[in-house]
Design a protein around this ligand. Structure first.
Ligand code: UDP
Ligand code: MG
Length: 323
């Protein structure tokens, strides 16, 4: 019999998680005609989440707990869970009930029909706040503009991947990672399922605008080097334009004696150009710095996460693999 692994990142979910597991998720898993395992990655929760999930693992051998030594973020938690999974297919799902476990059989069915990455897509049936709508529209527009064409708008982490995809995914070593972006980049046969993003059972979402914005910037940087190219071209354009303007002013003012009556003063021209160029240099420096910071993180070669072994339960790996 095939095994399905369910990977769930949990961070400060003490209020709703048990309910989510026993009322929404477990009934679905029990109905399946597959073996299953559930990997709970505690992402350094500061509340009672860890104790709760440990308790669950002690009374149910389907459940494994990966306990991080601190908060490493959802993307890394997903990665750790996928590395720990032994299933023939691996399903990732949020801990807060916003992604409906009822659809798991549908994901599995699409997988059995040959889909290697089955992706939950939100948006089609939803009403969004204006800011979120515009924000996500821009995000995908920019991504597309940068040449990243593999991401369908509304794709989420609610997805199922085949063992083959997981094996390849586990080979990826980068640190600034967006799980879904990397998977979209990997190729394989993709199938999409529309769903409605529900309300949280309890607790607060931990991704605020600032975090999401940071995530968007990370996606741009890790998936594309177009920003560097764009600024290269802007630099070229400005240099050429200022050269032409400089020649024009030189001839109009100093050789022909200002026949059009523009009354250029040298100081005006110089100050405009200097401030313009300084701005340009600053922007391109900032962008270069972002890339360098990514290179820096890769070069450090630190493990992607650290597992707190004594707090973890039922794990297969003796030690965390290096990233
Ligand atoms: N999460 C996590 N680490 C974090 C933040 C969130 O593992 O640093 C988990 C969280 O417990 C939940 C999922 O990631 O299972 C999605 O988080 P949240 O509901 O805050 O995000 P949103 O619903 O806004 O995408
Ligand atoms: Mg949520």
């Amino acid at each position: 019999m095939k095994t399905i692994s369910i990977v769930i990142p949990v961070y400060n979910e003490e209020k709703g998680f048990k309910k989510f597991y026993s009322e929404m998720l477990e009934p679905e898993l029990k109905k399946l005609s597959y073996n299953y395992e559930v990997i709970l990655v505690d992402d350094g929760s500061r509340d009672k989440t860890l104790e709760i999930v440990q308790g669950m693992a002690e009374s149910d051998s389907h459940i494994k707990v990966v306990a991080f030594s601190r908060n490493f973020g959802k993307e890394v938690a997903l990665t750790a869970g996928i590395r720990e999974a032994i299933g023939d297919a691996i399903m990732t799902i949020d801990a807060d009930g916003q992604q409906p476990p009822k659809l798991i059989p549908e994901f599995i069915e699409k997988w059995e029909q040959g889909g290697e990455i089955v992706i939950g897509v939100r948006g089609k049936y939803e009403k969004h706040g204006l800011v979120a709508k515009i924000g996500s529209k821009f995000f995908y527009k920019i991504l597309r503009g940068m040449g990243v064409k593999d991401t369908v708008p509304g794709s989420t982490d609610f997805r199922l991947i085949d063992r083959a995809v997981a094996d390849e995914y586990n080979e990826l070593t980068e640190h600034g990672r967006i799980t879904r972006g990397l998977m979209d980049w990997m190729g394989f046969k993709k199938v999409y399922i529309d769903y409605i993003y529900g309300n949280r059972l309890a607790g607060k979402p931990s991704y605020n605008f600032g975090k999401l914005f940071g995530l968007a910037i990370d996606s741009f940087i890790s998936l594309s080097t177009t920003p560097l190219v764009i600024f290269g071209w802007i630099g070229v354009f400005i240099t050429v334009a200022s050269f032409i303007l400089g020649v024009f002013v030189g001839i109009e003012e100093f050789i022909l004696g200002d026949p059009i009556g523009l009354k250029w003063t040298g100081t005006t021209c110089v100050s405009i150009f200097i401030s313009f160029l300084i701005g340009l240099v600053l922007i391109s420096q900032a962008i270069t710095a972002l890339y360098i910071s990514h290179i820096h993180a890769e070069a450090q070669g630190r493990p992607l996460y650290i597992i707190d072994r004594k707090n973890s339960r039922n794990l297969k790996n003796g030690k965390a693999k290096k990233a």
